[in-house]
Design a protein around this ligand. Structure first.
Ligand code: SF4
Length: 864
């Protein structure tokens, strides 16, 4: 039997049918995905095992009981507040939390402790969109819905690799374009990505050239008389001042022809949706980028009507829920404002709380600076890993270490942040907890438990309530998550009565059974009248006069890299991993697509640096160093490099991008500019490089490299200083001191291959040499844990019946690049034909852009 729940990864918010045996299917009745799932969602069943789970509270590394742990947390926070004041403590929470968890944490910090020092990893993700919405609309309101994307005649993607980061939404876009070939898609991104494959036009805008670009669109709208004068006169302030700012030209990095074609297309297309994401938000001018986009939609009145509007797509499953209940340090609750005394008094009245925060709290970057400066005496991190994900991550780890008392709630016993904690609290995982999440289009969905809670784990809302009660606070006596949700829904009477957007009063008073049965529903959900719908088609903005504001957005000077750090650093996600890999890193299938951290750079830059594909490169910035595998692709923009964000001290200590990223922030939103730092790149020559496949977990320790899950075990890409005894090193890395070793060495090349057998099975295979290891990894991994026949493998031969499939492209069906190239050579020249021949792309479809790219590259050209 399956349980209807929601995917815990991106903000698309797909419905999932999950079985206790780990079977996963897309929910055909969920409005976000109608049965589709991407590769990450499809493989959720591989991520729910208990290996490495934190199953009991821990104090200084020793298991303890809940009473002791909760008492210590409550007493220490209470003592810090009594001695140093409420602003001496802080929570750092996560878009992975459910709305009920978020609600409890925000209520405790803002309404009972009396500080606003609660910030969230959503600060790294969409704080600039929140700030842009508030400046333009008077409220953090997403006006439209996913159907707008399908109904648009022009979809413009800005700083959004939708194909990898919001794959099901991308699939909906691809399907819509296939059904209506007249639809135009423009992808605006410095880097050509998988998303570019659906686009009619890819515009390689200069990093931070987006403000100038949308200012140019606004000018074109005016010059071509596309302004909706009636809408502007009735519903919009600030038109003239915004236009004046837009008239001051700025650099976009595009040719005059590209600029002309794009601005003409945007201005001339009534049904236009502009989707934007981290490429817009993660910038020192992120909020201005958002407002430059919103200005164009406001000037044309193309907002809140079918097929038109600006659309911020959120990175995390519950970034929107967190925004709603006040998870950001500069928001109160229910989209109300901390700075507004009437809002504060009303929320305090609803909570009947002893106090209320008076001023905004510390945003993430400032919060960790305060930790480093000794101003934070007690810190509680929930469901996130800032020692990896924050900019200047090594400095953040030191800052956390400097806090006298650190609590971390997590599902895992070892994370980079958990390793710094005094107290670890075992939180329930995705399949074990129950509550609600809100996706990018304001649809609230139930996340339902389908697994028993292992060990002593507890849901986050309950842990927070337990601590609150021990601190002596009333108001946290919820019996279950349904009661938390009911209180949240009732609290929106406050925002409704202020005439704000967030109204869930129609969901207040749900009985437990009704809450359990709740179907996905788009807010607002008023007490009377139909729920959901779009905002702002007829105005109704949330500034005091009911009008929207167009903002003067001044295009910044494009930054010139300093001589010592000549490349712009772009960071982001890969297709099959999520954040710091605490879940996706457990899946062998998901780990095969990108098994190690890499730096992507343009072929001409590679030539200038003397780098070849699969070399190692040392990438450095003023704040950190990483050693990364080189991936050369014409998709990169010259002068820019891309490094993915997922690897940690536990998976690739030298391959982490966080330490490289400078902690520069947008002055309005406080969001870090994670796509705008500068780095130097040079060839890195280790003493040796190697590949290890084995049945046991691999502890790196004395060598460098990256570990990954693999079928029947684990794999590692390794490098380091040349050891004196290869066999001894292989045994240590594979944790196989007593296995029988076979070894072939090639002294002329300085290469060695070692097989370790135990009880007749091949338990480890270690290949090493002076340069990148050339080996059919997919094939070798299939032999691990199987009856040993090491000689062909040591000789570098594949078994006759198992040709090397090549690097994994389709994670679901396990299809490699070599198999696909062979099928293309055999006549499969469409994605569908490749699917029929190899099964690639026939499950979740997330790899279809890569299939199209392979076809484009490898289809033989007919002779003239
Ligand atoms: Fe999950 Fe993929 Fe859907 Fe995002 S697109 S919610 S990661 S299944």
């Amino acid at each position: 039997m399956s349980t209807c729940t929601t995917c815990p990864y991106c903000g698309v918010g797909c419905g999932v049918l999950a079985g206790a045996d780990g079977t996963i299917k897309g929910d055909p009745n969920h409005p976000a995905n109608a049965g589709r799932l991407c590769s990450k969602g499809t493989q959720l069943g591989e991520t729910i095992g208990l290996e490495g789970r934190l199953l009991a509270p821990r104090l200084n590394g020793q298991d303890t009981d809940w009473d002791s742990a909760l008492g210590l947390v409550a007493d220490t926070f209470r003592a810090a507040i009594d001695e140093h004041g409420p602003d001496s403590v802080a929570f750092y929470v996560s878009g992975q939390l459910l709305t009920e968890d978020y609600y409890a944490a925000n209520k405790l910090m803002k309404g009972y402790i009396g500080s606003a020092n609660i910030d969230t990893n959503s600060r790294l993700c969409m704080a600039s969109s929140v700030a842009g919405h508030k400046r333009a609309f008077g409220s953090d309101t997403v006006p439209g819905c996913y159907e707008d994307i399908e109904e648009a005649d022009l979809v413009v993607l800005v700083g959004s690799n939708l194909a990898w980061c919001h794959p099901v939404l991308y699939q909906r876009l691809v399907a819509a374009k296939a059904a209506r070939p007249g639809m135009r898609v423009v992808n605006i991104d410095p880097r050509r990505t998988a998303t570019s494959d659906v686009a009619d036009t890819h515009l390689s805008v200069a990093p931070d050239g987006d403000v100038a670009l949308f200012n140019a669109v606004l000018c074109r709208i005016v010059d071509e008389r596309r302004v909706d004068a009636g809408y502007v006169a009735t519903h919009v302030n600030g038109f003239d001042v915004a236009l004046d700012a837009a008239r001051a030209a700025g650099a976009t990095g595009l040719s005059a022809e590209e600029l002309d074609r794009f601005t003409k297309l945007w201005a001339g297309t009534e049904k236009v949706v502009t989707i934007y994401s981290q490429g817009v938000n993660q910038s020192v001018c992120g909020t201005d980028k958002v407002n430059a986009i919103l200005n164009c939609h406001l000037a044309t009145g193309r907002i809140g009507r079918p097929g038109m509007g600006p659309f911020s797509v959120t990175g995390q499953p519950n970034a929107m829920g967190g925004r709603e209940v006040g998870g950001l340090a500069n928001m109160l609750a229910n989209h109300l404002d901390i700075e507004n005394p009437a809002h504060r008094a009303a929320m305090q009245g609803f909570w009947n709380s002893p106090t209320i925060c008076k001023t905004p709290g510390l945003k993430a970057v400032d919060l960790y600076r305060a930790c480093a400066e000794g101003r934070i005496k007690a810190l509680w991190v929930m469901s996130t890993n800032p020692a990896v994900s924050m900019p200047e991550a090594d400095a953040v780890a030191e800052a956390i270490r400097a806090v006298p008392f650190v609590v971390v709630s997590d599902i895992l016993e070892r994370t980079d942040t958990g390793d710094l904690a005094d107290v670890l609290l075992p939180a329930a995982g995705w399949g074990e907890k129950s509550g609600t999440v809100t996706n990018s289009e304001r649809v609230i969905s139930r996340q339902r438990a389908f697994l028993p809670r292992p060990g002593q784990v507890r849901p986050d809302w309950q842990i927070i309530a337990d601590v609150a009660r021990r601190m002596g606070f009333d108001g946290f006596d919820w019996a279950d998550e349904a009661e938390v949700f009911d209180e949240y829904a009732r609290s929106t009477t406050v925002s409704r009565d202020f005439g704000r957007d967030l109204d869930l009063t129609g969901l207040a008073g749900l009985r437990r059974g009704e809450y359990d049965a709740l179907s996905p529903i788009q807010w607002p959900v008023p007490g009377e009248g139909a729920p959901g719908g779009r905002f702002f088609a007829e105005g109704g903005f949330f500034h005091a006069d009911g009008k929207a504001k167009m903002l003067p957005t001044v295009a910044p000077q494009l930054a010139t890299p300093p001589e010592s750090y000549p490349f712009t650093l772009n960071t982001g996600r890969v297709r099959d991993h999520w954040h710091t890999m605490t879940r996706t890193g457990r899946s062998a299938r998901l780990s095969r697509h990108m098994a190690e951290p890499y730096v992507e750079l343009h072929p001409e830059d590679a030539v200038a640096l003397g780098l070849r594909d699969a070399d190692l490169a040392r990438v450095s910035s003023p704040t950190g160093i990483a050693v990364l595998r080189v991936l050369i692709t014409a998709r990169a923009r010259r002068g820019s490099v891309f490094v993915p964000m997922h690897w940690t001290k536990h998976t690739a200590a030298d391959g982490r991008v966080g330490p490289l990223v400078a902690a520069d922030t947008d002055p309005v939103s406080g969001q870090p500019a994670s796509k705008g730092g500068f780095v130097a790149v040079e060839k890195y020559r280790p003493g040796w490089q190697g590949f290890l496949a084995c049945v046991n977990p691999i502890a790196l320790g004395q060598v460098q490299g990256a570990v990954a899950a693999a079928p029947n075990g684990f794999s590692a890409e390794l490098f380091g200083e040349a050891p004196t005894d290869w066999e001894a090193l292989a045994r240590i890395l594979a944790s196989e001191p007593n296995a029988v070793a076979s070894q072939i060495t090639d002294p002329a090349r300085g290469a060695t291959r070692i097989a370790l057998e135990r009880d007749g099975d091949l338990v480890a295979l270690f290949l090493a040499g002076p340069g990148p290891v050339e080996a059919a990894r997919s094939h070798l991994l299939t032999r691990i844990g199987q009856p040993a026949n090491p000689l062909p493998l040591l000789a570098g031969r594949n078994a006759a019946d198992r040709p090397d499939p090549g690097p994994t492209v389709c994670a679901c069906m396990g299809v490699g690049a070599n198999d696909l190239k062979a099928a293309i050579a055999g006549g499969c020249h469409t994605v569908e034909a490749l699917g029929e021949a190899t099964q690639a792309g026939t499950s979740c479809g997330s790899c279809k852009p890569e299939l199209a790219s392979l076809i484009a590259t490898h289809t033989p050209v007919a002779a003239e």
